[in-house]
Design a protein around this ligand. Structure first.
Ligand SMILES: [Zn+2]
Length: 189
């Protein structure tokens, strides 16, 4: 193999991992808010021009996905609705809305951490980003820091399940307690 090509490929992989790590940092901000931990960054050349993390619950807003937030910021910064020449690093495969926004802003590439089997539109449920027929295609690269990205989601949902279970138990205990008090009261009369 041509060593020049090899070193290019090496450098690209390292850059991909470096930017995905930044996306993971954003995802952890969502985690800290109790949101599904999804984060992204938009890169032009070797510079991050916008960041975003999921704030759907915090903002009470269906549209507050990491990707949409980052696209808004990048457009504002660039003074253009087109983001040609940019690429997005996102920890989870984009949903239909975000895949649509990525097509609309004419993003060059999307680099994905882990896939989302039940809502992803970059190859899971469908592949909106690389579909024939639209006037633009977004190149998709999958599986960058996949373990870290999937691990964060797993940790979040494991904690959520524990929290829901604990709340249920606490509620049950409170109900039993108030029931017992009512019985004691009735018995004391
Ligand atoms: Zn989305």
């Amino acid at each position: 193999m041509n060593p020049e090509i090899w070193s290019d490929r090496e450098r690209d992989q390292k850059a991909d991992q470096r930017f995905m790590r930044e996306a993971l940092r954003q995802a952890k901000k969502a985690y800290a808010l109790g949101e599904s931990p999804i984060g992204c960054v938009i890169v032009r050349g070797d510079r991050i021009i916008a960041r975003g993390y999921n704030r759907r619950t915090t903002d009470h807003n269906t549209l507050a996905h990491a990707e949409v937030i980052a696209i808004r910021r990048a457009c504002k910064k660039e003074g253009d609705w087109r983001l040609e020449g940019c690429r997005m690093y996102v920890t989870l495969e984009p949903c239909p809305m975000c895949a649509g926004a990525l097509l609309q802003c004419r993003m060059d590439e999307v680099i994905i951490g882990c896939m989302s089997p039940k809502s992803g539109c970059a190859g899971s449920v469908m592949n909106l980003l690389e579909a024939d027929g639209f006037n633009h295609k977004v190149k998709v690269i999958r599986g960058v820091l996949e373990e870290e990205c999937a691990g964060l989601m797993k940790d979040f949902f494991r904690e959520l399940r524990v929290r829901v279970k604990e709340e249920k138990l606490a509620r049950k205990a409170a109900e039993e307690c108030s029931g017992k008090m009512a019985v004691d009261k009735a018995g004391g009369r």
